[in-house]
Design a protein around this ligand. Structure first.
Ligand SMILES: Cc1ncc(COP(=O)(O)O)c(C=O)c1O
Length: 438
């Protein structure tokens, strides 16, 4: 964080798209809390729901009693999702949601299938299981994890088909119990094509493979539809995982929703009912908060807001790319999730990478330095907070809350333009000078 220039100041409070600092300044938050803040900081309806729950002394924890909060949240999520996605679990992190989904898929096949497929570019969390399914550069040290993971190239249905064919058992049966897919990869700003998703759905149905979509980042309106996959008809997964803005920016709650038949075949018998649970699963105030968070997503039309943001950001960033082609190689994104792939900078930096401890051999060193210097300048000179993805080609991420106003987006675009107009040499020099001084 200190590399960006953040992390040395203390925050007083936050509201909407703004963070107010103790020194009296304020920062425009274009990070969107990395997916958590679709509702913005401290949405009044979220605060009120939590206050109501606390003041009425509602119950947080007791698995012996029926929880109306769990039932209502489950019901509402099922109403919003297509097909027969209707049975939900609510743990507390994206990684737990993905691990719960994978466990259910494995149990569905009664332990008879042993292979799971994940993409080369993927992010599913950092616990041992989810971490072993994560292919991002963030995960450069391999811990032990799930056995029999086969990696396929992101979005490549032909390669995936070949991987499934290669996982035939001697008796001719398919050995793949699940395929992990991010229909839109937030960390690399890539997507599966509609045709490929359709073929994937058909393949999984034909082979009885459990299709798991991870929409932990992209859910709850972020990309212009409730979930990214919902922009296409007929590509519904068997299990959907989500988190982040489900908690309205206040509650640590995630979820996964399965097709009813899948759930019943996996766990719906007395001997199996407690095979999967966690202590804080469905915790009272977290669940009550999530009910209100989902209400706000629907009633304040978050998908529509994301499309409005795209209408400003997509052409705005493209104009900036055209004005600064020496630095901005590419812009990509959807809804309120955008990024700029930066490049340029003197080649000598590649040489410098060999000398900087911890970076030797990092082919992305120059890109990272360029991107960090732009982020740092935006923060220091314009009080605007962005971030960069540590994965894939390290895009500079612009992923604001859905509550952001058009004028605030335009202010950001002007500031980015002014920053790049400084010239890379000056940006890099002042960034490196500041680093050396600190
Ligand atoms: C797509 C995706 N999946 C899973 C996760 C893991 O979520 P958590 O950090 O809550 O475990 C993330 C977190 O950024 C994510 O973006």
């Amino acid at each position: 964080m200190t590399s960006f220039g953040f992390g040395r100041e203390l925050v007083d409070r936050a509201e909407g798209a703004w963070v107010y600092m103790r020194d009296g300044t304020r920062v425009l938050d274009l990070s969107g809390g990395v997916g958590v803040l679709n509702h913005g900081h401290n949405h009044p309806r979220i605060l009120a729901a939590r206050r109501r729950f606390a003041e009425a002394q509602r119950m947080e924890v007791h698995k012996a009693f029926f929880s109306p909060y769990l039932a209502a949240l489950s019901h509402n999520v099922a109403e919003l999702l297509p097909g027969d996605l209707s049975i939900s679990y609510f743990p507390n992190s994206g990684a737990e949601a993905n691990e719960g989904a994978v466990k259910m898929a494995y149990k569905y096949h009664g332990g008879k299938r042993n292979t799971i497929l994940r993409a080369d570019i993927s992010f599913h969390g950092k616990t041992l299981g989810a971490g072993s399914l994560t292919g991002s550069a963030e995960n450069n040290f391999r811990f032990p994890g799930l056995p029999n993971i086969v990696v396929y190239p992101y979005g490549d249905i032909a390669a995936l088909r070949a991987a499934v064919a290669a996982a035939r058992r001697e008796d001719g049966g398919c050995d793949v119990y699940a395929i992990m897919v991010e229909p839109y990869s937030a960390s690399s700003l890539r997507c599966w094509s509609e045709t490929a998703l359709r073929e994937l759905r058909e393949l999984c149905t034909a082979e009885d493979i459990v299709l798991i979509y991870d929409e932990v980042y992209t859910g709850w309106g972020k990309t212009g539809t409730l979930f990214y996959f919902m922009r296409h008809e007929g590509v519904t997964p068997d299990i959907l995982t989500y988190s982040k803005s489900l908690g309205g920016g206040k509650a640590s709650i995630s979820g996964y929703t399965a097709r009813e038949r899948l759930f019943r075949d996996s766990y719906d018998r007395l001997s199996d009912v407690i095979l999967h649970s966690t202590t804080y699963y469905g915790f009272g105030e977290e669940t009550a908060t999530a009910i209100e968070a989902v209400n706000v997503v629907v009633e304040e039309d978050f998908p529509g807001r994301a499309r409005d943001i795209e209408r400003v950001l997509a052409p705005g960033l493209e104009r900036i790319r055209q004005r600064h082609p020496d630095v901005v190689r590419e812009v990509a994104g959807v809804g309120s999730l955008h990024g700029l792939l930066l490049g340029g900078g003197p080649k000598i930096l590649d040489l410098a990478a060999k000398l900087v401890p911890g970076f030797s051999g990092d082919r992305q060193f120059r890109t990272k330095l360029v991107t960090l210097s732009v982020i740092a300048h935006l923060y220091r000179q314009h009080r605007i907070m962005t971030y960069y993805s540590p994965n894939a080609e390290n895009p500079l991420m612009v992923a604001p809350t859905l509550m952001i106003q058009k004028e605030e987006l335009e202010h950001f675009l002007e500031a980015l333009d002014a920053t790049l107009a400084k010239g890379l040499r000056r940006l890099l020099t002042s960034f490196v000078r500041e680093k050396v001084a600190s």
